[in-house]
Design a protein around this ligand. Structure first.
Ligand code: FE2
Ligand code: FE2
Length: 242
């Protein structure tokens, strides 16, 4: 259902009072529980990154816009509870986008993406969903922990995030890889990163595969996960050994 030629934009969603209230409530709930930033900083990064991934992969302009909207709304379920926030967020987003007059088919793409973005239970179900997963899971950086005052309360998540000074995501069309390049200080370790983020890496690998790409994680210039590139190297080593 389109209202004439009207199409809902990211700006329409950003200006919506209900959305603004939910984003503030989400940030408040997450801060109180000691989570890193889930407010404008995080959703802004996820919104822009999802949109950029879709453009670079070669999706049409409208799909990229839907990605930016999904990114903006993906964490609103946290305003109710962290548990299953993807499902609650998707349900809430359905009503909001319907009220804004969005086409039903477009709403379905966005709600499926939000409902499938959690690393412990989600899977990529469409292009927007795959891009949203990769964008969301790439947002680990010390600047997400702007509220930390008392270092006595820090846990492993905090130490890992505090050690990350740079997180750079690139889509390489030539090698068909989506590369996340992390720079970490020695105050934490690659092992600790893997301990807490293994499910994020695995869902990102599945999401890149959805585009027929390979997800490659680098930490301090060391390639971490099993990829097409390392398989090539492995193959040449095996050949040399026999
Ligand atoms: Fe989330
Ligand atoms: Fe998120």
């Amino acid at each position: 259902m389109f209202k004439g030629d009207f199409m809902v934009t990211l700006d329409d969603v950003k200006k919506n009072k209900e959305v603004q209230s939910l984003i503030m409530a989400t940030d408040k709930c997450m801060r109180i529980q000691g989570y890193p930033n889930h407010g404008i900083r995080h959703i802004g990064y996820v919104s822009t990154t999802t949109e950029n991934i879709l453009r670079l992969i070669g999706c049409d302009e409208r799909t990229a816009v839907l990605g930016s909207i999904a990114g903006w709304l993906h964490d609103i379920g946290n305003s109710i509870n962290r548990f299953d926030h993807g499902i609650t967020g998707a349900t809430m987003a359905y009503g909001i986008l319907k009220d804004l007059g969005m086409d039903y088919d477009e709403i379905n793409i966005i709600t499926a993406s939000i409902g499938s973005h959690e690393e412990t239970k989600g899977n990529p179900v469409n292009n927007v969903s795959a891009a949203l997963i990769i964008a969301d899971k790439s947002d680990a950086n010390r600047n997400r922990l702007e509220n930390i005052k008392n270092t006595e309360d820090l846990d492993m998540h905090d130490y890992v995030n505090l050690a990350i000074t740079k997180n750079f995501l690139e889509v390489d069309k030539t090698t068909k890889t989506i590369n996340l390049k992390i720079t970490m200080k020695k105050s934490s370790s690659i092992m600790d990163y893997l301990k807490i983020y293994i499910n994020r890496i695995l869902i990102s690998e599945r999401a890149a595969k959805f585009f027929d790409y390979t997800y490659v994680l680098y930490i301090n210039d060391v390639q971490i996960n099993n990829t097409v590139l390392t398989k090539k190297v492995r193959h040449s080593i095996e050949k040399a050994e026999f």
